[in-house]
Design a protein around this ligand. Sequence first.
Ligand code: PEP
Ligand code: MG
Length: 541
Amino acid sequence: MAETLTGFAAAPGRAYGPTHVVQSHARKVARRLIDASQRDAELKRLEQAADALARSLKDSADALASQAPSKTHNLAEALLTSQRAVLDDPVFIDGMRDAIAQRNLCAEWAVESTLNDLQRKFRRLADERFRSWFHDVQGLADELLRELIGASPTRYLQCDEGDIVVAHSLTISDTIKLIERGAAGFILERGSLTSHVAVLCRSAGIAAVTGIDAAAEYFGEDQLLMVDGDKGLVCSVVQKPDKTRQSESFEETLPAPLAPDGSSVTLRANLELRLDAQWARSQGTQGVGLWRTFFQYIGRSDLPSEHHLATLFGRVVEDFAPDPVHIRLLDLSGPFEEHELPLELRNIGPCRGIRLRQHRPDVLITQIRAIVRAATRGDVRVLVPFVTDVSEMLWVREQVQSACETLNPGAQVAVGAMIEVPAAVLSIDAICDVSDHLAIGSNDLGALLLGYGREDPRPPGPPHAALIDAIATIVRAAQRRGIAVSLCGELASDLRGTRALMATGLRHLSLTPRLAPALRFTLHEMWRRSQRAAQSRSGQA
Ligand code: PEP
Ligand code: MG
């Protein structure tokens, strides 16, 4: 039975997966009164723990500084620096020293007692934002307790890719480690919207809900949960997995994706950095609906060679076989800094999608040749981004044909247009005539149709009717021409729009694999309800 708990919407997005519970060390605080002869030893333990924590904060900041710069890393580094400043603050550490020296509390109790004093002071602050900073002080105190207790930080940081991390509270460096290990979502007992976990999750695009009381005690390990960071909800959609059924994989617990009319729906993976077919399959996707090849160009100074791309494409196509892999030609879409691009692609100005052919047709031809070479390994198809007119598609088709003739005679590589610019919707019939299939890019289409920036927050509420209408127009045109059409923008993972998407007739959806299980459950629930409605109608008749 589904159960829903309400907390704070700390970082937007939705994630679905098995829980990894990080047990809190802070709960096991010893409360011991000491006598005068033990005071110096306790003060020394506190100093040593504070020194060890200062060193570990510095090491974590240095480790982050030595890695490739990213928004999340820079943010974490800044947060670690501010934590070191709090640790040095007399209000923090002197309170603890006094509690040991004057009230004869052991070091752990002194930390806890000082924290309680600070909490009372924070509560008196008029500004909610300042009050919420207490959570970060609390996190630091938790870390100090961990040093005092001697708990190993790595002991509980063994999360797997796709896990939902459940914790009492988390340190900055632990949060970063868990994000890097592939945590798909966070549920925390403590933490406000401005707490470091929330800030880091928002920056990394990972859903987080805070303020779920006793979560770390309430949820078991490997419980399947959905985290809705937009609404601040945690939902257990299925029972705890039966531990006796060890052979059952996560994939096998997922219901078949069916539309409300009972027709089957195909869910495919959107690939960026993680090119792992086994993982994508385990999340309930089949094949690749969109491979954003942009990531093969970012963070390097030279252009990838045809050989490099052909080897990579071939491996991925083989891994996903017999399912299709749709490889998108390079779309220089942000956000990125100019210096992150290969030298030869810098300073060509804003140049989305297929418009690159006007500046560097050779870059696209190299990709096309590599795709054609990979076609010997499985079902590979080309996606052309940002198509606005027929001539762009004809150029790509010509390049694909010529590459097939020279590199892979007899090969047939399908070429599809991405429909993500309103101009393409207006000339959809003509574009269908030169396309073997279509892929709808709802991210750009929505932004361009409704006039918001890709970096702006999405319009609140369910997907706009104009976007759904545009999608329905595209689907009808594809059906008239008998060509396949899929949706590969983030709209596929916005469960508020699933029913409307199904009503347009779309039956191929592509999304980031870790969001596919939630979509499969949503589709299943919709299908079940429509079955029940049909049964009660036939009962009444
Ligand atoms: C889209 O625009 O929906 C899309 C899939 O492309 P991207 O998000 O990579 O621009
Ligand atoms: Mg796009």
